[in-house]
Every structure is written in C-alpha cells, then in structure tokens.
Design a protein around this ligand. Structure first.
Ligand code: ZN
Length: 183
C-alpha cells in the first residue's frame, strides 16, 4: 500500500488528476456534477474517487510483438476519466498494475485485445507516475479473442463449461492451426 500511495501522490501532482464524488447515476446522465472537473472538490475530501482527466490526452500508440502496425487507442473514447483511486481510498486496477509490474520487473505481457484500453491507461500512468515510457520497459502481445458462434466472447463468465468444451474438443493440430491463424 505504501508503494501504491507514493505512486498516487505523484499522480496527484500531475495536473491531470481530479477528485470526483459523482455517483454512477449522475455520470450515466452524461457529465460530471459538483464542479469536479474544475477542481472544486478536494482530493482529501471523504468518499471521492480520484480520476484522470482524459480530454486532452493524445491518442496512445501501442506497439505489439506480433502486429505489424501499432494499435491506436483514444482513451477519452475507450475509458473516459478513468479511476485511479476508488472512493474507499484504495488504488484501482490500473495504477496497481503499473506499480506491481515495476516492482516485479515484468518485461513481457500477453493479454487479450479487449484489454487494449487498460494498456493505454497504464502507459499514461507510467509516464505520470515517473516510471518512464511503458513500452521501453515492457513488450506486449495483445491476442484476439475466441468468439462463439453467436459472435460473443468465450469467457468464464459466459460459462466455463462452454470454454472447456470448446478447447477440450480440439485436437492438437487444430489448436496449432488456430494459433497460427491468430498470429
Ligand atoms: Zn465527477
């Protein structure tokens, strides 16, 4: 928690962080209330989330081990004003992930293409938290996702048996063919 707190404090002085007491319902109505974007809410107030203002961030270009062209992510479209500290004071997934990867010396990450916005957010946070360019430290592989016949993602939440049944029914040469098709 001490490492997370120090990283969050560096974000706090980045100029892009704002404190936000808005409820999900308020945000669902389309915009921030309470003047949070104008900095009228203290980050030290009770029950406020800390968010990064994504409005003026440049498009993030994400180099990939197997893709010829980098991915481009507009964070304001993909993850507007993402949370870095939750209302209970704990760090959110994005900064915790960056800090953990630095502390453990992670240099290669493979994840699904559904997590490209997370990679973009972590690239922004890496710079703001003083860890430098994420893509000089870590190389990424973002793989496509397996989809079912109905086009939806195969995932544990969609039914573990469905995934187990799908993979279990594959012969080795079919699996190799599938992986080749990905790459
Ligand atoms: Zn707000």
């Amino acid at each position: 928690m001490k490492d997370y707190q120090e990283a969050l404090d560096r974000l706090r002085s980045s100029g892009l962080l704002f404190a936000c007491p808005c409820s999900r319902k308020e945000l669902a109505q389309g915009s921030h209330q309470h003047g949070c974007l104008q900095g009228r809410v203290s980050p030290d107030a009770e029950k406020v989330a800390w968010r990064i203002n994504t409005r003026d961030l440049p498009v993030v270009s994400i180099p990939d081990i197997v893709q010829a062209e980098p991915f481009s992510i507009n964070l304001h479209d993909a993850m507007p004003d993402f949370v870095v500290r939750k209302k209970d004071g704990r760090p959110s997934y994005q900064p915790a992930c960056v800090v953990d990867d630095v502390l453990f010396g992670i240099n290669t990450i493979g994840r699904g293409q559904d997590l490209l916005p997370s990679t973009a957010a972590q690239a922004v946070l890496s710079r703001l938290m003083g860890y430098g360019d994420l893509f000089e430290r870590v190389r990424f592989l973002h793989h496509p996702l397996l989809v079912g016949a109905d086009g939806t993602k195969l995932s544990k939440s969609a039914g573990a048996e469905r995934v187990a049944g799908f993979l279990g029914g594959l012969k080795l040469d079919e699996l190799i063919e599938l992986v080749d098709a990905w790459l």
